[in-house]
Design a protein around this ligand. Structure first.
Ligand code: ADP
Length: 333
């Protein structure tokens, strides 16, 4: 990271040096060309025993002036072309260094958040186990503790799944396979789990059209739904509601997840799908996350040759719409 910053500083120094050097050389050539022209005209005027002004009216001087102008133009154009090439090179190199710097920064944040995300549920599960071991608890208390542990373990599983999926998208896609699945049943069974382990007391309202079949990777589709619904809950206030709809248009299956949460500013809507990207807002900082969820969602949608849109929900919140082709003979690349 620090060495990357040094490289960036060096790039600026080298760029400014080359630019200044080029301008200085161009100016020098320009002056030399002018001086040599004036000297030549003066010498020839002297040899012809006429004044400089009179010699310039002479036909012989026209060739010399033409050659001088041509050389002047050459210095201008070649100098400008060189400067343009340097600027383009500088912009390209700078862009790739800045990109790496940003990724390194996000990776650093990811390591920090992942450490925290692993540690806190593990500590909480350990505490529950110790409590169950050391204390005499009634049935209701036991069930409450077990529910909490299940929630934490679910979070850990989701975290590991996301990391494995993100790694898969970096390599080859042979781990994925499309098969005919009943999407309606898959989505329903995922949403049922949210009813059991209620998060933030958020109510999930559903409208699922039955018997929607498509070619999909089961684990991929599950991760897509879980990541979108998890986010809808995570970035909403306590006791709000999330709306999930599964429907069909002529040749597409449409999955819509709407929340009435904090919303996503227009400028951020494109960036949220980048790997490790998290919006720098107070609401995002307050909630746990790794910035991998939507990166995975984007890749799963692409794998199924689908499209994902993110819009503002009315009157507030966010709406994610996934369009999946309902064509039966979809194959992986
Ligand atoms: P994270 O692990 O941070 O949730 P994601 O890749 O799932 O990572 O999301 C990237 C960022 O997009 C989040 O950090 C959050 O700022 C924003 N975001 C995602 N979904 C929502 C939503 N439903 N409402 C508001 N912000 C969202």
């Amino acid at each position: 990271m620090a060495s990357n910053k040094k490289v960036l500083i060096w790039l600026y120094v080298v760029f400014i040096y080359i630019l200044a050097f080029t301008i200085w050389w161009a100016r020098l050539l320009f002056t030399k060309n002018q001086e040599s022209y004036v000297e030549k005209i003066e010498l020839l005027a002297m040899q012809n025993e006429v004044s400089k002004e009179e010699f310039l009216k002479n036909e012989n001087s026209k060739d010399i002036t033409k050659k001088f102008k041509r050389q002047e133009l050459m210095i201008y154009t070649e100098g400008s072309a060189f400067i343009v090439l340097i600027v383009i090179g500088f912009v390209l190199v700078r862009r790739s260094i800045v990109k790496e710097l940003t990724l390194a920064e996000r990776q650093k944040n990811f390591i920090l958040s992942i450490t925290h995300e692993f540690k806190s549920p593990l500590a909480s599960v350990k505490l529950v186990q110790q409590t169950l071991q050391k204390h005499e608890l009634n049935e209701a208390q036991k069930n409450q503790l077990i529910d909490n542990s299940l929630y934490d373990l679910e979070r850990l599983t989701g975290l590991v799944d996301n990391m494995l999926l993100a790694a898969k998208f970096e390599g080859d896609l042979s781990g994925f396979s499309l098969q005919e699945i009943d999407l309606s049943k898959t989505v329903e069974s995922i949403l049922k789990r949210y009813q059991v382990i209620k998060k933030k007391n958020v109510e999930i309202v559903t409208r699922i059209l039955a018997d929607l079949v498509c070619m999909a990777d089961p684990a991929g589709i599950m991760s897509l739904v879980v990541n979108l619904v998890d986010n809808a809950i995570k970035y909403s206030d306590e006791s709000s509601s999330v709306y999930v709809e599964l429907s069909q248009t002529q040749n597409q299956i449409l999955l819509m997840i709407c929340d009435t949460g904090y919303g996503i500013p227009t400028l951020e809507k494109k960036r949220i799908f980048d790997k490790f990207y998290r919006i720098g807002s107070e609401e995002t900082r307050k909630s746990k996350g790794t910035g991998l969820g939507l990166y995975i969602v984007k890749n799963i949608v692409a794998l199924h040759k689908g499209v994902i849109e993110v819009k503002d929900n009315q009157p507030k919140g966010t709406k994610f719409i996934v369009y999946l082709p309902s064509i039966q003979n979809l194959t992986l690349n």
